[in-house]
Structures are given as structure tokens and as C-alpha cells.
Design a protein around this ligand. Structure first.
Ligand code: SF4
Ligand code: SF4
Length: 324
């Protein structure tokens, strides 16, 4: 028996996906996000024909809490839930569809790919190819329903499923909005790009490089008493907590997610809390204005190169009142 794309998508929604779409493996193989580090289905398994993109929204309440740990904990719960949905979708395809399927190792990164900052596939790009949204100014994935407050992953399968059409209109408002740039504590938001190293100081506050720094201090300490004192610091405790529950090691900074006005959840739950952006400065406003000028002038921008524009949206942003 073979399954249709609609049957697979309906089952994925019943199993808990908040949005689901299908991308052709051939298209993903032909358009890796960065050809120098090809994150393609064929490198995982050359037999893959279709990739099912799964999106799970992060409950908006997480972005109203004053305690960062609560956002981080919520993130981890959503990620685990998302993996379970994928597992069940893969089982469904194998049991009912006569094809093999498996979930993407979505949180694993590969050391050879930009020192472990890239995974085997980019869930964000797969979701764009599957027609579920487009990338934002800060290259988060933005869905029309949830803005950037969602996570993406995928199921890979040998089943031939009808792919969805990629969106060509920007979901992100773009330079005229720039609220993610205004809110970013690391000044990491570029024009359709991100300074990952700067971002990681806030988004991975107690991640791998911080742990290495702690270890280095520990092994270089002059004596045993200094070593014990290093282990008794709040940051050593935070690293341990990160190892135990991932909290603090990943997805730490919520700022560009909670201020983004795209998504039905923003209007309903977040607008009153996040309308004002305390981190906004005249310097940041000037940077955003310059970005607008550069875009209007058609300046060469790496984030909008002929290769990258497919994930941003070739038509640009069209305000709701002007849409057909
Ligand atoms: S996660 Fe935080 S530090 Fe990173 S780009 Fe977003 S606002 Fe900036
Ligand atoms: S805050 Fe504005 S510019 Fe940034 S991703 Fe959201 S819509 Fe785009």
C-alpha cells in the first residue's frame, strides 16, 4: 500500500504537529543552504525521496515569564515533543505506507560542519522548501501562524510524496521592522544573516565553549583548593545543569523571538508585554535605516544573493492590505 501526501500530513497533525509540509529530496539535494557544507538528504541516505517538515509551536506564555530558565525548560519540552511526533510519523509510514522512514537527528551537529554549528540537515531550510514559512532578517524560521516562536524538524522517507509549493512572499516584514535587531543584546542580527559567535554568548550561555573554558581554568589551577573553588561557582553549577537537562546550554536567549510581530500568537498574547523594546538605541535604529537604504538601492547583500533569496522570499514583503 502507498500513502498519499495528504494522508501523511493529516496523520502528522493528529499526532501533534502544529504545521506540516513536504519537500522533495531532489530539490533539497540541489539547494543546500551552504554548498561548502552540504546539509542534504542524500548525504544521510541516498535513497530518500521525500522529507516531511514538522513544526511545533512554543507556547506564547513562555515569552511572558521573567525567568529565563522557564523559557529554556519550555524549549526543551517542545523539542522532545517534536521528536516524538516525528518518531510516530516514521512508524506510521513504515506500517501503512510500505516505505522506510526515520526522524532527523534534529539536535545533533557535526564537528566537520563549521565546528559543530551545523547539523545534518537544516530544519529551517527544509521547512521553507516545504512551504511552511520563510527565513527572517535574523535567519530564524518564521511561520505565518507562529512567527519565529516554533521549532522545526523532519522525517526522511523513501516514499514518493507530492511536495508542497515553496512560498515566494517574505513572511518577515524585513528591514522596515527590524525589531529583532533592536532587541538583540549581542548585536548579532545582520541583514538576512546572523553573527553566530556573538549570538552564542547569549543563546548558549553555558554551552560547549563555556564548559571548555571552565575545564581549562580547572586543569590550569595552581592547587587543589583553587580547583575546588572553581567547581563551587554559579557558572560551574550552570554548566552541570546544562549537561543534565540542556537548560542553559541551548536556546537561552528569547529576545528576537518574543518581540517579532509576525504570527497570530503575537497579537493575542505578546503585543502588550513586548511592544516597547528597552534595548533599542539610536545606533541600532541607524543600522536598520541603513539596511533599508541599501536594500532599496539594490546593493549586493550576501543574505539576499541569488542563492539565498529562495529562503527569504523572492517577491519581498507585501503588507496584508496589498495582498490579492
Ligand atoms: S537569540 Fe538573542 S543573541 Fe541571538 S540573535 Fe536572537 S536576540 Fe540576538
Ligand atoms: S522582528 Fe521584524 S524583521 Fe525581525 S524577523 Fe520578525 S518580522 Fe522580521
Amino acid at each position: 500500500m502507498t500513502l498519499t501526501a495528504d494522508e501523511v500530513k493529516q496523520r502528522a497533525r493528529e499526532l501533534g504537529a502544529d504545521a506540516v509540509g513536504i519537500a522533495s529530496a531532489a530539490v533539497l539535494n540541489a539547494h543546500p543552504p551552504d554548498p561548502k557544507f552540504p546539509q542534504t538528504p542524500e548525504r544521510i541516505s541516498p535513497e530518500i525521496q521525500s522529507v516531511i517538515a514538522i513544526v511545533k509551536r512554543i507556547p506564547a506564555g513562555a515569552f511572558r515569564t521573567k525567568r529565563l530558565e522557564c523559557v529554556q525548560y519550555m524549549d526543551q519540552l517542545v523539542l522532545r515533543e517534536m521528536d516524538k511526533v516525528c518518531m510516530r510519523v516514521a512508524q506510521f509510514i513504515e506500517e501503512e505506507g510500505g516505505a522506510y522512514a526515520f526522524p532527523l537527528a534534529s539536535q545533533e551537529t557535526k564537528w566537520e560542519f563549521k565546528r559543530a554549528s551545523y547539523g545534518y540537515l537544516s530544519g529551517r531550510h527544509v521547512a521553507v522548501e516545504a512551504g511552511l514559512g520563510t527565513l527572517g532578517l535574523e535567519v530564524n524560521f518564521l511561520s505565518p501562524e507562529f512567527g519565529p516562536r516554533c521549532y522545526t524538524t523532519a522525517v526522511l522517507t523513501t516514499a514518493m510524496l507530492e511536495p508542497d509549493q515553496k512560498l515566494t512572499r517574505q513572511v518577515c516584514i524585513g528591514e522596515a521592522c527590524s525589531r529583532c535587531l533592536h532587541s538583540c543584546p549581542a548585536n548579532a542580527v545582520l541583514q538576512w544573516g546572523i553573527d553566530k559567535r556573538a549570538c552564542s554568548q547569549f543563546a548558549q550561555e553555558f554551552g560547549y565553549s563555556v564548559m571548555l573554558g571552565q575545564l581549562q581554568k580547572f586543569v590550569q589551577a595552581a592547587d587543589a583548593e583553587t580547583q575546588v573553588n572553581i567547581l563551587k561557582t554559579p557558572s560551574a553549577y550552570a554548566v552541570w545543569q546544562g549537561l543534565l537537562r540542556v537548560v542553559g546550554a541551548f536556546g537561552d536567549c528569547p529576545r528576537c523571538l518574543e518581540v517579532c510581530p509576525v504570527g497570530d500568537d503575537y497579537v493575542q498574547w505578546l503585543a502588550d508585554e513586548h511592544r516597547e523594546i528597552p534595548e533599542k538605541t539610536p545606533e541600532k535604529v541607524a543600522i536598520a535605516k541603513q539596511m533599508q537604504v541599501d536594500r532599496k538601492a539594490g546593493k549586493d547583500l550576501p543574505g539576499l544573493s541569488p542563492w539565498n533569496i529562495r529562503w527569504v522570499g523572492e517577491e519581498g514583503y507585501v503588507p496584508p492590505r496589498k495582498r490579492p
